[in-house]
Design a protein around this ligand. Structure first.
Ligand code: ATP
Ligand code: MG
Length: 316
């Protein structure tokens, strides 16, 4: 049954980004808690209707690594998307309460994100285009889910016109205007893992006007803060990408995995290949299980504790 605007009761604002505002809401007819995203787009009505039609492809997305979808509609000139509410929220928020992530969580995140990317591309020919900590969600059972992927060509186009911030997760080839393929998402995953592991913003801090995605991150002390967004983008294109060092206590597998993600496009593996990397050994092929058996209890315990700390309770 289609969802109507007046059936949704606001419970709490969850946050807002470049594209819109997300709130936790209650859907009265079903008594389901949902996350509602409102995106304001200055476009003609025909374009907005086209966006709604394209977004409905999400009804066909069915994977444990992809956010659940309830429906989408136009309301007072805004595009409204109703999706599954994920209780621990996004990795940027979680980082604020936990600090750097343990390696088993980085494995689980890498495995889940890659599996989600493979699912989207192999089944729907969708490239995510916006992998970053605020678009990767964790629930208190330990499931990792992707959201905000590029389902609607028309929405991508409309946003390109109104885009205010600059994402620091864009791959060098994308900054240079090259063809965008799924390897661009692998770069973003690598940068995200580097940051979640080290707490260091790879390219020397975010300049003014640029969205600092993971708050609490320190700029790399070896590099000075870029003067402008242009300076930052130039660095991503020209400078050697960051790397994790074994001497800082990371496993050789993690260091190598991140290094592969941050290679130049032609040498960068695709998601299928990376799923077979030794860093992810013990994790099953896509879609067969949600959580690696070897780490299942650690992951569940970690996720439960995130929720406890978010609610102001002590860790267990
Ligand atoms: P950008 O607009 O650049 O993508 P963003 O991802 O931070 O930035 P939004 O997509 O508007 O912005 O999301 C705002 C916040 O809402 C996110 O940071 C996330 O913490 C939270 N959020 C989004 N979707 C959900 C969801 N399904 N369940 C729970 N929290 C969510
Ligand atoms: Mg988002």
């Amino acid at each position: 049954l289609p969802i109507k605007a007046d059936e949704l009761v606001l419970l709490k604002k969850l946050g807002s980004g470049n594209s819109g505002t997300v709130s936790k809401v209650l859907h009265l007819p079903t008594q389901k808690t949902m996350a509602r995203k409102i995106i304001h787009i200055d476009a003609k009505e025909v374009i907005q209707s086209q966006i709604i039609r394209e977004l409905r492809i999400m009804h066909e997305c069915d994977s444990p690594f992809i956010i659940g979808f309830y429906g989408t509609f136009l309301h007072e000139g805004d595009v409204v998307i109703c999706m599954e509410y994920v209780d621990c929220g996004s990795l940027d928020k979680i980082y604020k309460v936990t600090g750097p992530f343990p390696e088993f969580m980085l494995k689980h995140i890498a495995y889940s994100v890659l599996s989600g990317l493979v699912y989207l591309y192999d089944n729907h020919r969708i490239i995510h285009r916006d992998v970053k900590p605020s678009n990767v969600l964790l629930d208190s059972k330990g499931n990792i889910k992707l959201c905000d992927f590029g389902v609607s060509r028309e929405l991508i186009n409309s946003m390109a016109d109104t885009f205010v911030g600059t994402s620091t997760y864009m791959s060098p080839e994308r900054i240079q205007g090259g063809v965008y393929n799924v390897k661009g998402d692998v770069w973003s995953l690598g940068l995200m893992l580097f940051e979640l592991a080290s707490g260091i913003f790879a390219f020397g801090g975010a300049p003014e006007g640029c969205v600092q995605e993971v708050s609490g991150l320190q700029g790399d002390p070896q590099r000075k803060t870029p003067d402008s967004i242009l300076d930052l983008l130039q660095r991503i294109v020209n400078e050697t990408p960051p790397s994790l060092k074994e001497s800082d206590g990371y496993s050789p597998e993690l260091c190598q995995f991140v290094a592969l993600c941050l290679k130049k496009e032609k040498d960068r593996p695709d998601p299928h290949t990376l799923l077979k990397h030794s860093f992810l050994s013990g994790f099953a092929e896509p879609d067969s299980v949600k959580v690696c058996p070897e780490y299942r209890s650690d992951i569940k315990k970690w996720a439960k504790n995130v929720r406890r700390v978010q609610k102001g309770r002590p860790k267990k």
